[in-house]
Design a protein around this ligand. Structure first.
Ligand code: UD1
Length: 418
């Protein structure tokens, strides 16, 4: 069983290049099922989740070749299957993103239900609401969810919550539908804009991505394209917090500063100095961190995927900091692990109250999910002694070369298998 061992480290210094965004790569790979010609995707991060999506695409009849470590060639001309079974679906919830493209291209799709996960029940009602509004019939039975339609028709769909996955799935179903689809209260995340840019390169007619109203005019056929995945704003945010928590000085390359506004604002409130350039950021820590509160919200609010890492930071801020989670109902599993390291945190409903400024100590801790794992690495960098992080497969799902990147900045950590 692999574990990552983190030792108390000096202030991190140096330059780190951010990888392509996992949460942009996965929907764009799924959307590649819509095109009938060669698709080349660049800056795809080498991650477990990306590997699983490659398997999913191949199982559906697409050809997937790795041209170099971060470049994929996908050709879906031979798409011949519309079923994703439990084995692949259970490995990664985002496999569900193939539903929209399959429905759009083949008029049918059948998937094992992704089910709940540790951070919440994660229903799919909004995805299905969209498919139904476009004329699909959906059936839930025997742990499978299927949707079929002779021909999808454009519709106006209001999302009760700006779900990222539902917005993406509906966009992907709508690009080959008859007529116009309007998604209202759509998610506005940068990954939605990247998906829209990609779909447009394939020949789709999409406008409004990045606002709360997205319009899609269906076309008959989509072709091929070459596309570079946007930088991962959550990985960038994680390294920004690493600079802050260790009182370091990091230059972060391949980042889009306008995607980082909540992180830049909150690290500024904590007392860090952040210099923004065109495609890079410099974060300079401070020996005395101020307390800082965060409330997670859909974009452009503070990202739920940065809440755990900020909680690690809060343990080092002087006084009381509060993290309020409004996106997922159960995203505080890292609290218990941080408490094992000596953090003073109390959970009250959707808020975690952190009494910071105390010294953390190393402990045996478990990464309950991807971002919780990142938070434990950050806490380990400033804890006395050694922190052993177990269940690191969660971290492998979403951070490319994380140990090498941290080592290059002066962190002390290693991976062991025992
Ligand atoms: C995506 C990201 C994930 C991030 C999340 C929120 C990917 C692969 N994953 O997940 O890293 O944490 O956005 O920024 O991009 N909901 C419903 N019904 C639905 C769908 C969602 O009630 O049909 C609820 C969820 O339970 C949750 C909230 O909406 O409480 C947000 O979920 P959503 O935006 O859909 O997240 P994902 O797309 O799954």
């Amino acid at each position: 069983m692999d574990r990552i061992i983190v030792e108390k480290s000096p202030p991190l210094k140096g330059t780190v290049r951010i990888s392509g965004a996992k949460n942009a790569a996965l929907p764009i790979m799924a959307a590649s099922l819509l095109g009938t010609e060669d698709i080349v995707l660049e800056d795809v991060p080498q991650l477990k989740d990306v590997e699983i999506m490659c398997e999913v695409l191949k199982s559906l009849g697409a050809e997937v070749k790795q041209l170099d470590p971060n470049t994929l060639l996908i050709n879906s001309n031979g798409l011949n299957n519309y079923v994703t079974g439990y084995e692949l679906m259970s490995k990664m919830r985002a496999s569900f993103l193939v539903m929209g493209p399959l429905l759009g291209r083949l008029g049918k799709t059948e998937n094992a239900l992704p089910g709940g996960c540790k951070i919440g029940t994660r229903p799919i009602d909004l995805h299905l609401k969209g498919f139904k509004a476009m004329g699909a019939e959906t059936v839930l039975a025997d742990g499978m969810v299927s949707a079929h339609a002779n021909k999808l028709s454009g519709a106006t769909i209001y999302l009760d919550f700006p779900s990222v996955g539902a917005t993406e799935n509906i966009m992907m179903a709508a690009v080959l539908a008859d007529g116009e689809t309007i998604i209202e209260n759509a998610a506005m995340e940068p990954e939605i804009v990247d998906l829209s840019n990609f779909l447009r390169k394939l020949g789709a007619k999409v406008s409004g991505a990045g606002t709360s109203t997205i319009r899609i005019k269906g076309v008959k056929k989509l072709g091929g394209a070459k596309h570079t995945i946007i930088p991962d704003r959550i990985e960038a945010g994680t390294f920004m917090v690493a600079a802050a928590i260790t009182g370091g000085d990091l230059e972060i390359l391949n980042v889009i500063p306008s995607h980082m506004k909540p992180i830049i604002a909150k690290l500024g409130e904590a007392g860090c100095t952040i210099d923004e350039d065109y495609e890079s950021l410099r974060v300079i820590g401070t020996p005395m961190l101020n307390s800082v509160d965060v409330k997670t919200l859909p974009y452009p609010g503070f990202p739920t995927d940065m809440q755990a890492q900020f909680m690690a930071l809060m343990t080092k801020c002087n006084g009381i900091s509060i993290a309020m989670e409004t996106v997922f109902e159960n995203r505080f599993m890292h609290v218990e692990q941080l408490q094992k390291m000596g953090a003073n945190i109390q959970v009250d409903g959707r808020s975690a109250i952190v009494n910071g400024g105390k010294t953390l100590h190393g402990a045996d801790v478990y990464a309950s999910d991807l971002r919780a794992g990142a938070a434990l690495i950050l806490a380990g960098l400033v804890a006395e002694g050694e922190t052993s992080i177990y269940d690191v497969y969660h971290i492998d799902r979403g951070y490319e070369n994380i140990i090498d990147k941290f080592l290059s900045l002066g962190a002390k950590m290693r991976r062991e298998n025992n």
